[in-house]
Ligand binder design. Sequence first.
Ligand code: BGC
Length: 751
Amino acid sequence: MKRILCPLLLAGLLAVACTKTECPQEKLTANDARIDEIIAQMTLEEKVEMLHSKTNMSSAGVERLGIADIRYADGPFGIREEGVPNGFQSAGWTLDSATYFPTGSALAATWSEDLAYKYGTGMGKEARLRGKDVILGPAVNIQRLPVGGRTYEYLSEDPILSAALALYYTKGVQDQGTAVCIKHFAVNNQETSRGSVDVQIDERTLREIYLKPFERAIKEGGAMSVMPAYNKVNGDYCSENEHLLNEILRGEWGFKGMTVSDWGGTHSTMGAMLHGLNVQMTGSNYLGQPVIDSIAAGKLTEEMVDEKVRQILRVRLAVEAVPDDVANTQMTSQPESQRIAREVAEKSIVLLKNEGILPIKADVKKIAVIGQNAVLKTQSGGMGAGVKALYEITPLQGIRARAGKDIEVSYAPGYKNFPGRRWGPAPAEPDPLEATAIDEPADPALLAEAVALAKEADLVIFFGGTNKSIETEGSDRKDIKLPCGQEEIVQALYAANPNLATVLISGGPTDLQVLEPVSPAIVQGWWNGTEGGTALAKVLFGDIAPSGKLPFTFPAKLEDSPAYALGNFPGNSAGGDLFTLMFRPDVLKMTPAERQALIDALPKPVSEYTERFYVGYRWFDTKGVKPKYAFGHGLSYVTFAYGQPKAKVAGDKVKVTFLLANEGTMDADEVVQLYVRRIGSAVEWPDKELKAFRRVSLKAGEHRKVTLEIPLDELRYWNGTKNTWELEHGKLQLLLGAASDDIRRTAEITI
Ligand code: BGC
């Protein structure tokens, strides 16, 4: 078979020889000859039609030539409800209820490549049922800020974990014949001024931390499309960023597919045309008529348009269009996907603390469930990334169903729900269970009702956390405090009945300084999808052992986290929110010149990443700052014993083998984690870095040999002076454990 070289050779990258069928991006070129024939038959106008949106969720094909439109669907944790052609408002369909999968941070808490793959297959299949070609996901940006509005959509603060899950999610989706549009490329780590903020970042940090998840999904997973982010990186908008799109994505990683701007994230005709964008979403003011005019003026050529169309057609031909009479003939949500959603939820739940309260004991006959988060549905809200779920089992429903007739489960709301910014008109009558401010103190009547129930119960389960108005696309949280007097409530509940477990329902971390001392057990329950309540009840009642591990650090206090400690956030990044401006009705009516004048007058927000690669636990460990709960932390109902690891370099990998034993009396999963510390290195490194992990299922009392592998490539660093990846030879300490702060065994190796 003819062997070709993937274009990973640039910039000193390792040469990877692979065949056309092995090299995932090369597969996209399989139809290039046919594509050239198609392009030869197209008019310039038809070609340019493909470079921008046709409707809010589609871009044009060429009907005359039998080329179907490309249909997109949000992503990332369920196929979004069908919207009207020119907006996000509901189209009022009845068969478009989809499976609500656990959100990104919950998926990441499983630390499971297998589950990420299954999740992808579920998403991919449901997309096909809806006639969609491209899923706008996975969303894989690194969680840099605990307050980040999209933390719940994103995966982890760690690039190795994020990259592995991004890769398997991508494979799962694309194996079903649907394309991913991996987003948001790149360094989209804050919602504050997201439409205009200029991220100032050094090349090593960019490569080692922020690009990793994209790199694996593209190079190994063959991700077919990429969504450039709203923000700028080092001076240029991501949708016209030569370095990101042309040099790295296409040049170094060999990307052959198409880039699709985030909605409203295209900024100029020449920038987009010259620096790597294929499709403007949405609108045609840059990649529509102005492209034709620029060709006429001799500023652009038709060949440039041909190349963009070629890249789009590669995706179009790789994904079979679902015929209109086949699409939307059955309900989007399918039992198989619902089972996957449940399995992910079961394995995502993190037991943060347990002083013998959980699992719920056999003599518990009266449970008081307190807190509105036990009954609030989490499928929608959070702005774009929501799902119209076919059904959603809330925590209270899950607990009641599992408790059966013998256990009495009472409920009180405990605190008011903060509904956030209201999009529609205010209701005629204010809802007595809604707060008007996020920091509104506890309501005395609700508090008294909750305390009375707690006093009578054998066990109190307090449901705290945030909601999808507090953690949402479009804005970051001001802080990570528990809202609406929750701290006061849990203190009062504990005083009334110390047999208390807290379940946190949130996508990101919260400040637990007050809550932790008055919660003998704490569970991180996430926004856990359609079967979230069922999964939670199984863990609480001990039908299964908890096995999720934190994909990000819970700082003791917000100020401890790196971007805050260095004053980088909000820093100079607030103000100048171009994004909200662009959708203002008066601005939409302006001429391009007027709009430009308005934009020019805005402050120019900048986000400095001077913490460099000390993101998340890399910072906490290196600086010796103790977090409340560390990256990778998560308890079980059993204990696991780790045998002494044997480590060796075998070929291009470090191999670590050890015995893992489940010492408990129930079946359980452990997520084993392997970190690397450099010894006597001349290069600057964080104290330690995750390099491999595996979820291992062991029966009660079972032990098994486990092997972890670290490709030597993953031990390289980006040498900014030479502009290349480099492997530093020398000694490494391998740290094997159950969490970043729970290292059980170590070994040394020389590479
Ligand atoms: C979000 C994207 C999303 C798009 C379409 C944007 O506001 O940033 O993640 O895919 O809208 O809904």
